[in-house]
Design a binder for this molecule. Structure first.
Ligand SMILES: [Zn+2]
Length: 383
């Protein structure tokens, strides 16, 4: 089946075109099957079976949300309410979700995660990473990843999210890098560790990440969210695809990222929902660090599935330009997942894109909270 999207006012390609976003104007895009077949001036597109009229609106690559925790049960609205009333976030709330997740059936967990994937899709997300991390036992982590695998190819083993209640930290690290890793690796592409104050230290994180690499998993790290520490430099040293959060960075951390292939993935939903200082995206970009934006969607510290919301926060509060934020939410996310078939629009790329009910990408931050996503194509299929 083929499909033409005609009357595109502004096409964000992240490829050939003007500026960072590779902008092209007055274009058409032809899709065949799940791939982009042709891009060119509007009115000149080859014939196709179906037609979508973009009506002068902008067309963007689908958002690539490279950081989400969707396998869980329950929510923590009360905790959010208390925090907004003045109680600080300590990270202990993860254990609340662990208890609810362990008590839930496979069907409950899958339905909740599928609901969130659909919610993200309606807001323009066409690629989403999903982590485990609310099971924290061999059986519960393995089933989290088995369920996640039915929703995305980008699955991440995060057994090292927090030390579960009643466990010695070093014993738990040994479990994660041994029996739990063996049970989870078949369902995982990535391994991740929460390396931060109150979570896992540098030596523990290194032991888990290297054990994952030995089993063929690629690396990502929750790093420097709550305090400066070894997370970012460890991610760079071990060749991780991404260091996520990057809120508290030394000059040495920024220099290490700038000289590496590790993407800094910024998660402003977490700072929004914990009323914490945002990461300084401007400092990173000016140093030459490659940056991604993602939602960190989880029931405790960032319960949003909305990439447009994260773009708006990044522009308003992290000193990113609208073009930088849109790039970070598309091509940046793809880079953080080491994918070259998504996050950009060019012949041969996956036909994952969004049509905006707005004339340019600027409107995503200019009109925050407004549902501007008119049409989403995923694998070439209108959603
Ligand atoms: Zn996270």
């Amino acid at each position: 089946m083929s499909l033409v999207i005609d009357n595109v006012g502004e096409l964000v390609t992240n490829d050939e075109g003007d500026g960072l976003l590779g902008l092209r104007r007055d274009m058409a895009v032809v899709v065949e099957g799940d791939r982009i077949a042709w891009i060119g001036p509007r009115g000149e597109a080859p014939a196709a079976d179906e037609r979508i009229d973009a009506d002068g609106g902008a067309v963007l690559p689908g958002f690539v949300d490279s950081h989400a925790h969707l396998i869980f049960a329950g929510d923590r609205a009360e905790e959010f309410g208390a925090r907004m009333a003045g109680s600080p976030y300590t990270g202990g709330g993860i254990r609340t979700t662990v208890a609810a997740t362990r008590a839930a059936s496979d069907d409950e967990l899958l339905r909740n995660a599928a609901r969130l994937v659909a919610e993200a899709r309606r807001q323009g997300t066409t690629t989403i990473e999903i982590k485990s991390g609310y099971g924290l036992s061999v059986a519960d982590e393995a089933r989290s990843l088995r369920l996640a695998r039915t929703l995305t190819a980008e699955t991440t083993f995060l057994g090292a999210h927090v030390v579960p209640a009643g466990h010695d930290a070093d014993d738990y690290v040994a479990l994660v890098r041994g029996e739990m890793m063996d049970a989870c690796a078949p369902y995982s592409k990535w391994v991740d560790v929460f390396c931060d104050r109150g979570a896992f230290d540098g030596d523990q994180a290194r032991a888990i990440l290297t054990a994952g690499a030995e089993r063929g998993l690629s690396l990502r790290v929750h790093a420097n969210q709550l305090a400066e520490g070894p997370g970012v430099r460890l991610a760079v040293e071990l060749g991780a695809a991404s260091a996520d959060h990057c809120t508290h960075l030394s000059d040495a951390d920024v220099a290490a990222l700038a000289g590496s292939d590790t993407v800094a993935t910024l998660l402003p939903g977490a700072e929004f929902s914990t009323r914490s200082p945002y990461p300084d995206a401007r400092r990173l970009i000016d140093a030459g660090v490659r940056v991604a934006l993602a939602t960190d969607c989880n029931p405790g510290s960032s319960y949003t599935s909305s990439m447009p919301f994260c773009i708006a926060l990044a522009v308003r509060d992290m000193r990113m330009t609208p073009a930088e934020a849109v790039h970070a939410a598309t091509a940046g996310g793809a880079l953080a997942l080491r994918r070259d078939d998504v996050g950009r629009l060019r012949p041969g790329a996956k036909a994952d894109l969004t049509v905006l009910d707005a004339p340019s990408h600027l409107h995503l931050a200019y009109r925050p909270g407004v549902p501007l996503i008119k049409t989403v194509l995923h694998d070439g299929v209108p959603q």
